[in-house]
Design a protein around this ligand. Structure first.
Ligand code: GDP
Ligand code: GDP
Length: 467
């Protein structure tokens, strides 16, 4: 018999777990499991949610008498059940807001290695709004606002579950192979970041033909793995090269995976075609990379094509570094450097603050600076700002420059949360958001980048009004 994914409903007493279970399952309760001493009654049911099938498990009634702490028995029983579960629906009462017990359950759930969908129940009308906003602080991303009793928000729950559950050709549902396990928080509720130091830095070098990409890559690898030559576009096909960079300051070896798709250019014959292909190359390299180095040619200065590639990198949400190559033959280096810096910012406002580094692929000058900068921007690109710190900053940013009041009516911005890293992505909640001018969004994004240490790393901002 085909087994559908198991979705377990978890939460403190009275948040509406049974009501949700009944809404999902209706009368299709398949079996009641009663094993005294191990688990209390576990209710299983075949749930159907807008055509999506899964097995729902209700844990209501497991709680101890003492409602003030995560009850030992509930913990033990839930732990047993969680072993068979594929997804946890963590239910809170949006009207009551986030309680200490919710926080305790959240902390515990994070250690369970099961994907969690946060459900803010009792959210009919607007009464659940404050709790809904607060629940972001639990660290499970965007909550699903739901009213189990009134059946509101069912489509949103479907949307949240859908990426985790897939249907095969025969119509059976499975758990999606690569599910998102939530971020881990430490005892104080701070996110534990993945240790990046051991993960290879995925680096791509892009730029116009003849900027010196192959020479640079060769120099970095210090061996002749890629062919170079004065003729534009002669490189061997290559996708990725793993190597280790020795950080001269610490002596530490740091793994790097260099992505190079310049080989794609090999077949091109004419320069004009090459120019277009360099954008295509860039696109492919960017797909693989965490950090992209855009290589300029000091003897040619900044050209439109360079700005196009820079823009592409930022649009794709990658961290960007700009290196000016052939510094060994640069004329009037300091005015050249400042001129390029100014032209970059004038050409593309988002390039303000982007690391600009003079290098020579031939002499090796500046290459350690380049690698150092690359590791730094990856760190920023992967950084998560805790919700509480973020909202303290947000309050200051709003007082320093309050949102406008078009037609005398204030736009209320209430809360901000970082919902993603790589690139850092933020969601601002408030009301009358469609009246918010683009210039104010830019103010927020620029302030995030400047005040929170993201530099020129691309930052995403979305606006949302709670339903
Ligand atoms: P459990 O202990 O978590 O299983 O919670 P129940 O499902 O027994 O619900 C607890 C109480 O909350 C009951 O009185 C329900 O009627 C009520 N309830 C459940 N869902 C909702 C909802 O969406 N809105 C409102 N206003 N009340 C709800
Ligand atoms: P690619 O098309 O971007 O891969 O560029 P190549 O690596 O093939 O380099 C194009 C030309 O620029 C070659 O003649 C290189 O020798 C030269 N070149 C590359 N880097 C430097 C540098 O740092 N200084 C100088 N003087 N020439 C360089």
């Amino acid at each position: 018999m085909h087994q559908t994914p198991q979705v377990i409903i978890i939460g403190r007493p009275n948040v509406g777990k049974s009501t949700l279970f009944n809404r999902l399952v209706g009368k299709r309760i398949a079996l009641v499991d009663d094993q005294p001493g191990v688990t209390r009654d576990r209710r299983f049911g075949e749930a159907v949610l807008l055509g999506m099938e899964f097995t729902a498990v209700d844990t209501a009634g497991w709680e101890d008498e003492d409602p003030g702490s995560l009850p030992g028995r509930m913990r033990a029983q839930t732990e047993v059940s969680l072993k068979g579960a594929d997804i946890a629906l963590f239910v809170i009462d949006a009207r009551a807001g986030v309680t200490p017990l919710d926080e305790e359950i959240a902390r515990w759930l994070r250690g369970q290695n099961v994907p969690v969908v946060l459900v803010a129940n009792k959210a009919e009308g607007r009464a659940g709004e404050p709790g809904l906003l607060e629940s972001y602080s639990l660290g499970f991303g965007e909550p699903v606002a739901l009213s189990a009793e009134h059946g509101e928000g069912v489509a949103d729950l479907f949307e949240a579950l859908q990426p985790l559950i897939e249907k095969d050709e025969s119509g059976d549902t499975h758990l999606t192979p690569e599910v998102n396990v939530p971020v881990e928080l430490d005892e104080d509720g701070e996110v534990i970041e993945n240790d990046l130091s051991a993960a290879p830095l995925h680096l791509a070098v892009v730029g116009r033909p003849n900027a010196g990409k192959s020479t640079l890559i060769n120099r970095l690898l210090e061996e002749d793995r890629l062919l170079t030559g004065p003729e534009a576009g002669i490189t061997r096909d290559s996708i990725a090269v793993d190597w280790e960079w020795t950080d001269p300051k610490s002596g530490q070896l740091r793994p790097v995976r260099l992505v190079d798709t310049a080989g794609m250019r090999k077949k091109a014959r004419v320069i004009d075609k090459l120019e277009r292909l360099s954008v295509l190359d860039a696109q492919r390299s960017i797909d693989y990379a965490e950090v992209v180095v855009l290589l300029l040619d000091a003897t040619r200065g900044l050209e439109t094509q360079d700005l196009k590639i820079a823009n592409l990198v930022l649009e794709e949400g990658r961290a960007l570094i700009i290196a000016i190559n052939k510094w060994d033959v640069a004329q009037e280096p300091s005015s050249l450097f400042n001129g390029i810096r100014a032209a970059l910012e004038e050409g593309l406002a988002q390039l303000r603050g982007v690391p600009l580094i003079a290098v020579s692929a031939v002499t090796g000058k500046g290459l350690d600076n380049l690698l150092n900068a690359a590791f730094d921007v990856r760190e920023a690109w992967s950084r998560r700002i805790p919700t509480s710190a973020l909202n303290r900053w947000f309050d200051d940013a709003l007082s320093a420059n309050p949102p406008p009041a078009p037609g005398g009516k204030r736009i209320k911005l209430r809360y901000i949360t970082q919902n993603k890293t790589r690139p850092p992505s933020f969601v601002v909640f408030g009301t009358r958001l469609d009246a918010l001018p683009k210039s104010y969004e830019r103010y927020l994004m620029n302030s995030i980048r400047r005040d929170l240490g993201f530099g020129a790393v691309p930052v995403r901002l979305a606006l949302r009004s709670p339903k």
